[in-house]
Design a protein. Structure first.
Length: 180
């Protein structure tokens, strides 16, 4: 069975986005790029919510060409949204209902990993359903004091088991978890 992996950047105080939707605090350096390349090489499908999809679709098609841009532009993308009417980024498909069923079917198909980048609301919806196999929190050395929380709407305790850690020279810490 394929794995669904969530990979999200977060501040030390638990936000994935600042109070004014700013993302300028993300530490993106060579070590982060090496992590991203490795993760994308092991994936064949990306999942997005509407807001993250729109940000990614606005950036990646015109980004400087490299391995990450190539993967982002050419991997299969599934966008979960009730508000978007169409998706136009290369290899994108829109799903507006039955998120649980769609992700369950994807996990049963042969293939590589399925990765959720950003899309904290989508990830928070799938986590209590048991559809997330691994949650990677990329902790950035900053306190934002407000913004959108990484885990939104979780109403019950979910025990996690730490499965990997990596400390980057920049002070970023990658924490990998799965359900305990």
């Amino acid at each position: 069975m394929r794995k669904v992996i969530v990979s999200n950047l977060a501040s030390v105080d638990g936000f994935f986005e600042g109070p004014n939707k700013e993302l300028d605090w993300h530490v993106v350096d060579e070590e982060f790029h090496a992590y991203a390349k490795d993760m994308l090489r092991k994936a064949d499908t990306l999942l997005f919510g509407a807001a993250t999809y729109e940000v990614m679709a606005a950036y990646w098609p015109t980004a400087p060409s490299d391995e990450i841009a190539d993967k982002m532009n050419n991997l299969r993308k599934i966008v979960f949204s009730k508000t978007l009417k169409k998706v136009t980024w290369n290899n994108s498909r829109l799903v507006s209902s039955n998120i649980r069923e769609e992700v369950s079917k994807l996990k049963q198909q042969p293939g590589k990993d399925i990765v959720i980048l950003g899309s904290a609301q989508l990830a928070s919806f799938l986590l209590p359903l048991g559809l997330i196999d691994e949650y990677r929190v990329i902790l950035n050395p900053v306190l934002l004091g407000g913004g959108k929380p990484l885990f939104h709407g979780i109403t019950e305790r979910i025990r996690l088991k730490l499965i990997t850690t990596k400390v980057f020279g920049s002070g970023v810490v990658l924490l990998g978890y799965q359900r305990a």
